[in-house]
Design a binder for this molecule. Structure first.
Ligand code: TRP
Ligand code: SF4
Length: 326
């Protein structure tokens, strides 16, 4: 039997290249080897977007279309929406019974987000419990491994602690401790060199028009020491070069040499990168267009994924209810 994997993404906006290299490329590969559950974490999105939830449904559908366009295959993986499987909230409450407050208050992601996200009021009861809901997501499916980025490791550690405590308290082996499956790909930086993110407006969207992609890539900073065309460049100090490395590893050497020997100017180098990225996204965008024409098909995929997820979720919850004598 294949090992199980659960992973999720919050539908807070359109997907970009960061999602492609950070998660989707990896998810696509895992589908053959694991029994995969991929979830749109809409409750998690609502924890920060509760004041303005208008776009949540549209983002959810848009994200699922991108997943499919990028190669997530509903024949292999269950694709579903978190809020359609009510057992997530039920397990969230049950796990919150045994989660020490101190663990949540000390969680580094919690402290960081309170500090960094200034335009929303995150001093809420639910937001403190964010990692408990994430633990419920993972444990509900008894997921053996969870593919996550480095930033999610504290949450995964918390879910391991909660699983251990539950098993110990109720003398059971109900929950396996989930292991992290760290994504190998290097993190893709945004156009301005910070982390690629919607809130920094430094991203290239998966569904963006070629003209927009050209403009965005032309606006990228290059090696600051390269002033004239004849100055040799330092590719390792240039974000444009790092994109070649991430997306076109077969071109890395050439891009490095022609820059260091000043055989190419930055404008031309960026122009080439733009055309290559446009080419890379073309088949994804094409698939997206055809998927968008058939919303009924998407709904069918989601209800089929939901049925599969519900099945697994119900089994776990009935086992848990018995253990906690309710
Ligand atoms: N917290 C994750 C993020 O922001 C999303 C998420 C929710 C998730 N539930 C999950 C990821 C369960 C992995 C497993 O990216
Ligand atoms: Fe960067 Fe390319 Fe310019 Fe070199 S030539 S500094 S890699 S943009």
């Amino acid at each position: 039997m294949k090992k199980r994997i659960l992973s999720g993404m919050r539908p807070t906006g359109k997907l970009h290249l960061g999602h492609l290299v950070g998660a989707l490329a990896n998810w696509t590969k895992l589908q053959d080897e694991y029994d995969c559950f991929f979830m749109v974490a809409d409750w998690h999105a609502l924890m920060s977007e509760y004041e303005n939830p208008d776009d949540l449904k549209a983002n959810t559908l848009d994200n699922v279309i991108d997943w499919l366009a990028c190669g997530i295959d509903p024949e292999k993986s269950a694709i579903f929406i978190q809020s359609h499987v009510p057992e997530h909230l039920e397990l969230y409450f049950i796990l919150s019974l045994i989660t020490p407050l101190g663990l949540l208050e000390r969680c580094p992601t919690y402290k960081e987000q309170l500090r960094e996200i200034a335009n929303r009021d995150l001093k809420t009861y639910a937001f403190l419990g964010y990692p408990v809901l994430q633990s419920a997501d993972i444990l509900l499916y008894k997921s053996a491994t969870v593919p996550v980025g480095q930033d999610q490791l504290p949450h995964l550690e918390l879910s391991r602690q909660i699983a251990r405590k539950f098993n110990h308290l109720y003398k059971t082996d109900c929950f396996p401790e989930p292991a992290a499956l760290l994504t190998e790909t290097t993190r893709l930086l945004g156009l301005d060199g910070r982390k690629m993110s919607k809130s920094y407006n430094n991203y290239i969207g998966l569904s963006e028009e070629p003209e927009v992609i050209r403009k965005k890539i032309q606006s990228m900073f290059t090696d600051p020491e390269r002033i004239r065309l004849s100055d040799p460049g330092h590719p390792h100090k240039c974000n444009v070069f790092s994109y070649y490395g991430v997306f076109f590893p077969e071109m890395k050497k050439e891009a490095e040499e022609r820059c260091g020997k000043s055989e190419i100017g930055c404008t031309a180098c960026k122009k080439e990168l733009a055309e290559r990225i446009i080419g890379l996204l073309a088949p994804i965008q094409e698939k997206r267009h055809s998927l968008q024409k058939d919303k009924k098909h998407i709904q069918e995929i989601l209800s089929c994924g939901c049925a599969k997820a519900s099945d697994a979720a119900k089994k776990t919850i009935s086992q848990v209810r018995e253990l906690i004598k309710i």
